[in-house]
Ligand binder design. Structure first.
Ligand SMILES: C[S@@+](CC[C@H](N)C(=O)[O-])C[C@H]1O[C@@H](n2cnc3c(N)ncnc32)[C@H](O)[C@@H]1O
Length: 446
């Protein structure tokens, strides 16, 4: 095993994310791939990276209260080192504060020697003044307090306060900062749940069964999962339970012709193929060529042969498929505000304008998707967001503009715990403990 400095790797990942706008999961993978790093160190790097991103606004609030240097003048490497040190002191009980400070000073001496005194001084000052730096909720505006306490941008907190009220919003903000277990889908084309549990448990993994989806397993101590033989042999696929519910709502049958218009990286496409027992045909489109490869690789690993991948912009209508499909899935590009638990940087990268832009893309893709559905066929619309405009808003607009379609009640395709009076489904991380998702289904009646 390589001797690594987990804090140094985490710092490099944080700087990569900040400077290059990289996704946390991809930056982490890039930094640790093909390196012999002990599981314990991998977990620590991951914890530091996610912990800092999740709590960035709060950590910066403290830095700004203590720093004599203006925020914009602090070098990005030094800033992230400070965030990381404060995260360890405030949130990780198992790490003695002195170790967090000393290790950070050692690192700063290597990357920016002149800043060592500044980093040391600021961190020691925090330890002395910790009590007086606590947030005083009573004397703060509610949105400002929630924004700093849970590190979500103020505009988003204000929006959610308006949409959902204070208690719901606070629950949601807390839920977004929870770290989810890894969830996998058993590949029933190759194994079954009982056998997979045995195989994974024998590797020392802690497994529990999913709450909602019949193929879901949670792994609480997963690291470097893609290295496992069981993964490489295609016995399972990494996928959140919310996402698994979508294929069950589409409910395809063996022999069906299915179109998946926004398919990469292929989680739902391969799940549908699984439900179809690898019989029939699925056309899987995505606008990005490099993502098409991900669908192909996953399908091959899982032993699926019925998926035909094509690089296509789903906003362009393809005449040859008009009225041909038994089922069409539009798992639309969206703001992603339901998966902040997994990709915490999402909360900092979005704004209201992005939401308006994405709604018009969703409407266009759904409108085309409808044209491919044969009479009595089904169209399913899903997103990984909790934003009403992208969900109910798009659903209602579609129904208004497409009289040939009716809304189908999806409760019969859902587990009992998720059935409700609504025909559609909206999931929230703090209520359901899984990603925030929206799913609705239409039937073509004429
Ligand atoms: C929510 S993701 C799909 C996730 C996928 N269904 C799964 O379960 O793994 C949305 C996808 O839509 C793709 N996309 C965005 N705009 C598109 C367009 N105009 N046409 C087709 N695909 C598009 C994105 O590249 C992205 O991969």
């Amino acid at each position: 095993m390589e001797t690594v400095n987990a804090r140094r790797i985490a710092l490099d990942v944080l700087v990569d994310i900040e400077k290059n706008n990289a996704f946390s999961n991809i930056a982490l993978q890039r930094a640790m791939k093909n390196r012999e790093i002990e599981d314990r160190d991998r977990r620590f790097v991951t914890e530091l990276v996610y912990g800092v991103i999740e709590n960035k606004i709060y950590l910066d609030y403290i830095i700004n209260r203590l720093s004599k240097v203006k925020h914009s003048k602090i070098k990005v490497e030094v800033l992230n080192l400070l965030r990381m040190a404060l995260y360890q002191i405030i949130f990780l009980d198992r790490i003695p504060s002195a170790a967090a400070v000393n290790e950070s000073v050692k690192i700063v001496k290597k990357i920016e020697f002149g800043a060592a005194g500044y980093v040391n001084g600021l961190l020691r000052n925090f330890l002395r003044r910790r009590e007086e730096l606590k947030l005083d909720r009573q004397n703060m505006d509610v949105s400002e307090y929630l924004s700093i306490r849970y590190s979500h941008p103020k505009w988003l907190v204000e929006k959610w306060l308006k949409d959902f009220g204070e208690d719901f919003t606070e629950g949601l903000l807390g839920g977004n900062n929870e770290r989810p277990s890894l969830t996998v889908r058993v590949n029933t084309l190759r194994t079954n749940k009982r056998d997979l549990i045995k195989i994974l448990s024998a590797q020392g993994l802690e497994i529990t069964e999913g709450k909602y989806s019949p193929e879901a397993l949670y792994i609480s101590n997963a690291t470097n999962i893609e290295k496992l033989k069981a993964f490489q042999e295609g016995l399972f696929q990494i996928q959140d339970e919310s996402s698994m519910l979508v294929a069950h709502v589409v409910n395809p049958e063996p022999g069906d012709f299915v179109m998946d218009l926004c398919a990469a990286p292929g989680g739902k496409t391969t799940h549908m193929a699984q439900l179809m027992k690898n019989q029939g045909r699925i056309i899987a489109w995505d606008i990005y060529d490099h993502k098409i490869k991900l669908i192909r690789d996953t399908a091959r690993r899982l032993g699926i042969s019925i998926i035909d991948t094509q690089c296509n912009d789903a906003r362009e209508l393809k005449q040859e498929y008009l009225g041909k499909a038994d089922r069409v899935l539009v798992d639309a590009p969206c703001s992603g505000l339901g998966i902040i638990r997994k990709k915490p940087e999402i909360k900092y990268n979005k704004n209201l304008e992005d939401i308006s832009k994405i709604v018009s893309i969703q409407v266009d893709i759904l409108k085309n998707g409808a044209r491919y559905v044969k009479k009595s066929g089904f169209l399913v619309y899903s997103t990984c967001t909790i934003e009403k405009k992208e969900n109910i808003g798009v659903m209602e607009q579609f129904l208004k503009e497409n009289e040939d379609f009716e809304l189908v009640n999806i409760n019969e395709n859902l587990p009992a715990a998720l059935r409700s009076d609504s025909k559609h489904l909206q999931l929230y991380p703090h209520i359901h403990g899984i990603d925030g998702f929206f799913i609705c289904k239409f039937r073509r009646v004429r």
